[in-house]
Design a protein around this ligand. Sequence first.
Ligand code: ATP
Ligand code: ATP
Ligand code: MG
Ligand code: MG
Length: 874
Amino acid sequence: MRILKTLTLRGPNYWSVRHPQLIVIRLDLEVFADQRSDQIDGLAEGLAEILPSLKTPGPSYRRRFLERVEEGISLAEVVEHVALELQTLADMPVSFGRTKETKTAGIHQVVFEYENEQSGRYAARAAVRLANSLAKTGGYPASELKQDLADLRDLQAEASLGPSTETIIQEVERRGIPWMPLQSRAMIQLGHGVYQQRLQATLSSRTGILGVELACDKEGTKQILKNAGVPVPRGTVIYYLDELADAIDRVGGFPIVIKPLDGNHGRGITIDINGWDQAEAAYEAAKDVSKGVIVERFYRGRDHRILVINGRVVAVAERVPAHVVGDGRSTIDELIEEANRDPRRGEGHANVLTLLTVDRTTWQLFENKGYDLDTVLPDGEICYLRSTANLSTGGIAIDRTDEIHPHNVWLAQRIAKLIGLDIAGIDVVTSDISQPLRQIDGVIVEVNAAPGFRMHFSPSEGIPRNVAEPVIEMLFPPGQPSRIPIVAITGTNGKTTTTRLTAHIFQQTQKVVGYTTTDGIYINEHLVEPGDTTGPQSAQVVLQDPTVEIAVLETARGGILRSGIAFDACDVGVVLNVAADHLGLGDIDTVEEMAQVKGVIAEVTRPKGYAVLNADDERVAAMAERTKAQIAYFSMQPDSELVQRHTEAGGLAAVYENGYLTILKGDWILRIEQAVHLPLTMGGRAPFMIANALAASLAAFSQGVSIEEIRLALLTFRASAAQTPGRMNLFDLGNFHALVDYAHNPASYEALAGFVQNWPGQRIGVIGGPGDRRDEDFITLGRLSAQMFDRVIVKEDDDTRGRPRGEAADYIIKGLETVGDCRYESILRESEAIEVALDSAPAGSLVVILPESVRQAIKLIEARNPVPQAPPSP
Ligand code: ATP
Ligand code: ATP
Ligand code: MG
Ligand code: MG
């Protein structure tokens, strides 16, 4: 078996709305296509032997799984379960999985959850490798499995955002605030659009650059604090070795501390220096890190970190340098090894504690005591491996939040303000944090910007503190929203038009509207980026924009299938219609399956929001069952039973009645405007445009936009060639009209027919379709054309997409002939076909062109000087 294709879904999707993070593989079972698990010797036993955990209770996918393997299931399902189990075993608990055979026998879609996407994709490959080996040999080497699990863990660790960020994200998710990584500087965005805030580790968008620079300048910090009466170590800065002796005198002689002027993480620091040789060595060590060197009096005491967030002390920790405690039997080396066996210890910042290592400082400390690694420590004796208490060098942290003296609280809060930091880590050396600092000769040694949170939320001893909460409360105080309204629009036809119209309506409210369409991303009237931008990445551009107050997102099938949608929930989910188009792509083969894809938009609409559904489309109306949102129906039928029942129960709807576009709110009838007055509906003659306008109006109305604003927007929105090229662009050529439209599936031809049939004069069609459509689609196009036009010119696209020239035209003609009384001719070159049609159009007629190249068609028409369109009426 082998993987044909791998998709990584990152948002609500076709398979699940509640499990956004899914890997989807297209798996070809090859020789195992017809063999079930019970027909392969030794497979069930082999699986139970390699992954015995499958037998144990735990995640739901394990239940009865091995029994089912014995009874006989497809190997694709085995791959699904193995992929889940590998991740669970690598400490990434996952549970959701699905397997579905495609239309092609032997090819399956295997879907499973991931926690980390790199690990998820790896798990897919590893699961297939394991299943292949099992099926062929009945086993899988234990060493391979071990390596797989190690690789899965490594990939996860590499992707980790760091412990402080992870804990903040947990809090963010608990509060339902959306977040996303930004592709730069490990920054993350919290919230959407205009309400967004940013974080980078524990720097926030509120953190001021002056405060950070000051904190990084230890000497400057000390000066500011000293001037404000805060106790700081007596000290001085030197740049040359020959200043050292003098400096030691100035701070009052030994013991002293020597450290780099701008260093961190304890690098280059030597404390408790008691003699000249040691001082000289310490000077050199500090000099390696920074040009300037601080010489300070050494203050005996314990090391504390006070964390101040948004003006309040939120946690206090005592930090103890890396050390081991003797037992009277083991050597120091053995004690270190023993300590490192603690599963909480790991490399760097990723774990609760960091591994103990031996370095220059350790040897120096040993030297002072006359120890080496083979020394056996007496029972109970503490041997320090570092002189500073950084967690990243193996230190431990003890929570002291409940012990700090109120005077010290006041002092710390004042210090954070003096330095100008919203999030500050204040390093204090004092023998007892529960005594006022000044009374017992304690000092502030440093103030840190971007302090680590690990020692507070997972201290080695004492109560863990939720220090993420005050950060989020600072960035999003009560009452401050984190989300902008999101309107998502999907359907087979009319998405772009409805998206543009909805955006245009919201613009009447003076809000900044960001929207995505098949033509590009826009913010208000500005084009941000041209292109087919109906996927999640384009939606992200809008949601990440700090000026956007409302997002209106055309959400097409392609993006939903490829990577899921870009947001966890929307306020309005509009589903216009579901018809046969794009079938056979992405393993979506039936209209029912397509409805399932588009229904995701209804499903992710939040309960307080509205799913705006087409009551006239059975499959769309049925989506009401799938959503927890409130429902608003739109319908072209004023007497639609569904709408009547809905409004009688107090529901919201929009209908086309007596020539008006009207909102129904329970018993109330709110008329927006007569359809004939709306440029978009071409004098009321394009019914599907009326339907699109009903949907857009309902979307806006449900978000509080007034009827007056909606009316104004509808009166000023037109489907001009400039605004919406290729979408019902009508040109007045003096004694006849030409229409350019991009209808490209049976449902949109039918919609177009609704307009064409209302045309009073003769109707001429210039038709053809892209070569990659199915034969039957061409026949349908022919049949529908014969019904809608008096005369048809059949043409082909210049790019036949692999079909022999003339074949598509033949199918269309076949369709034309099923109807009979339609005059037709075939002119395969598109430009020629258009010219012939325009040259021969009788007075009062309408020439409808469905071109391959919208631009060329419009150019040919414009060369004939159409009457300029009237400016939009106010
Ligand atoms: P970090 O980045 O972890 O904050 P750092 O490299 O910025 O470390 P400092 O905070 O200045 O260095 O010092 C590290 C530790 O050394 C302090 O937390 C304290 O334990 C000790 N220390 C520094 N200066 C003194 C001093 N004057 N007296 C006593 N101990 C000191
Ligand atoms: P695409 O899949 O190309 O992005 P879309 O869904 O964005 O298409 P539009 O670009 O708005 O749709 O319209 C394309 C064509 O579909 C229109 O020119 C018209 O012929 C037809 N159409 C528009 N609205 C509807 C509708 N509500 N029902 C059926 N057909 C429609
Ligand atoms: Mg420090
Ligand atoms: Mg579109």
